[in-house]
Design a binder for this molecule. Structure first.
Ligand code: CO
Length: 212
């Protein structure tokens, strides 16, 4: 069965190529010339959160970075290389950190369990819990508390993005990128903009994290 699915992928690919060409004969010729995306999307690696698809956008429109629970840890060279490239070279106008309700990474971080290699990674989320423990502990319903942690994790990862010198410098120079926090709901497929106050966060953190 899984072998059949594997073969099916190539068949799907050929059909996709035909459908793209039917819409625009030069589609791949244009694609091969280069990219100029407006968005950097930092999302969860979860298979149910396909960046382009949920945004209704095409190849070339979104620069994407995904990992377990959409984290931007200070020491993550991969995430930071992506952010620097997207901001300084691709000059994206919008950086989106997109979490999702039903996130296994966030759920795991809420359990008292030794998860081996994952401990260090998930500690980023436990740190978010610690920073917001007053608000979170006041929520009695466990599901509601979990959903709020998903949102607060997005907010804190947005702050991690805003702490970078590239974002600070670029925003001062050209008023972009704007950093946004979103949550995707698996139950109905809808994106929720958390409307994080980007400019006031930027203003606030520059007291300590000013890098330019
Ligand atoms: Co997830």
């Amino acid at each position: 069965m899984s072998n059949e699915l594997y073969q099916q992928v190539f068949e799907n690919n050929r059909r996709w190529v035909e459908s793209k060409k039917a819409q625009d004969v030069d589609f791949f010729e244009k694609l091969s010339r280069g990219q100029d995306p407006d968005f950097l999307f930092i999302g969860c690696a979860d298979s149910r959160v396909p960046a382009n698809e949920i945004m209704g956008l095409e190849p070339g429109d979104v620069f994407v970075h995904r990992n377990v629970a959409n984290l931007v840890p200070n020491t993550d060279m991969n995430a930071h290389a992506v952010i620097q490239y997207a901001v300084e070279y691709l000059k994206v106008d919008h950086v989106i950190v997109c979490g999702h309700y039903g996130c296994g990474g966030v759920a795991a971080a809420m359990k008292s369990e030794d998860l081996g290699q994952l401990n260090g990674w998930l500690r980023e989320i436990r740190d978010v819990y610690r920073m917001h423990s007053k608000e979170l502990n006041a929520i009695e319903d466990e599901e509601a508390r979990y959903r709020r942690l998903v949102e607060l994790n997005v907010q804190e990862q947005c702050i991690n993005v805003i702490k970078t010198s590239w974002v600070q410098r670029s925003f001062r120079a050209r008023g972009f990128p704007i950093v946004h926090g979103w949550c995707f709901a698996l139950e109905d497929g809808l994106l929720k903009d958390l409307k994080i106050p980007f400019e006031s966060i930027l203003e606030g953190i520059r007291e300590i994290y000013k890098l330019d």
